[in-house]
Design a protein around this ligand. Sequence first.
Ligand code: NAD
Ligand code: TYD
Length: 347
Amino acid sequence: MSADSYQPKRLLVTGGAGFIGSNFVHYLIESTDVEVVVLDALTYAGNLANLAPVAEHPRYAFVHADIRDKAKMIEVMRTHRIDAVAHLAAESHVDRSITGPAVFVETNVLGTLNLLQAARETGVQRFLQVGTDEVYGSLGPTGRFSETTPLDPHSPYSASKAAADHLVSAFWHTYEFPTLITRCSNNYGPYQFPEKMIPLMINNARQDKPLPVYGDGLNVRDWLYVHDHCSALWGVLTRGRPGSVYNIGGDSERTNVEVVREILRLVGKPERLITFVADRPGHDRRYAIDASKIASELGWRPTVTFEEGLARTVAWYRDHADWLEQIVSGEYQKYYEQMYGQRGAAR
Ligand code: NAD
Ligand code: TYD
């Protein structure tokens, strides 16, 4: 049974200029009445162009700030009278965490602690931690991750996300601070930064560049179209039981090489572009989510099949060649200066 519905009035969305965050903000503006305050440091992964369609909306505001700055978090929550937080800001790319893990701990662990403390101090009533299935580690050919699967992270990225989840859970148990944790499988869709597998492969295919598949290409991910993730997040925030964890998954397991072949078919390019390259160190073999809890408690299910979602995604990147070009050239980082003047550091 879910708790009584909770309707936030002013929701702070951290990381709202990133991939999932910006899709979530569009969802919130289109499908709910909540006032949305986006907080983002605009790292390489944050892009205000992702939020341009809602920039003038009366229920939307943007704050340029860094979650590593606790005093600033308190100030923002007080100034905007925030009553709920959806925390998506993170360093999110596994490969970057292998070459530079420290910032993953600073942002994902200490940043989350800052937000928890600021939220508790300012009387926030719901704190949604947007987590990843990667905290559970790697599966063999069978089985799925459930909410009770022990955490066994393998990359600096997933280790930092697991540490953050533990802190969130500790705030519930220690202070009865009303937290919720989601753990979602791999997302894909509009506005995803082209360092992640699906947009990277689409971009390379469009330019007739090699598609670099790690190892034997038989690693399995459970893909979820980002819009379905957004509806799940809103469901958990408003109807989830405080103190609970909810897995979110697409029920769409595919090997990487299957995904890449399908992208080539959709873009209309030959399979000879597939290039097998050295494997990622510590590369998790398989992720698969058991999402039966969110289905039975909140009635959430994915609505977009992988074939439909991938076709939509390829079409979106085709129709937004300017967006992709700005990212690849780094031009998007000038967007902030045009909108707000000098970019500068967020803290
Ligand atoms: P992303 O990298 O596209 O976006 C992250 C956003 O956080 C960016 O806008 C960036 O500027 C911002 N940010 C980074 N450091 C910050 C800081 N110190 N202060 C303020 N803002 C900062 O990531 P994403 O793919 O949209 O993922 C969002 C969240 O969802 C992350 O917490 C991630 O762990 C989680 N998640 C992602 C996936 C996925 O498949 N992408 C799956 C499950 C969970
Ligand atoms: P990625 O999008 O980085 O997500 P995650 O590592 O968080 O699951 O990668 C998805 C899968 O694709 C993963 O098994 C690694 C693989 N991959 C490649 O084969 N080549 C690439 O260039 C990238 C970025 C990923």
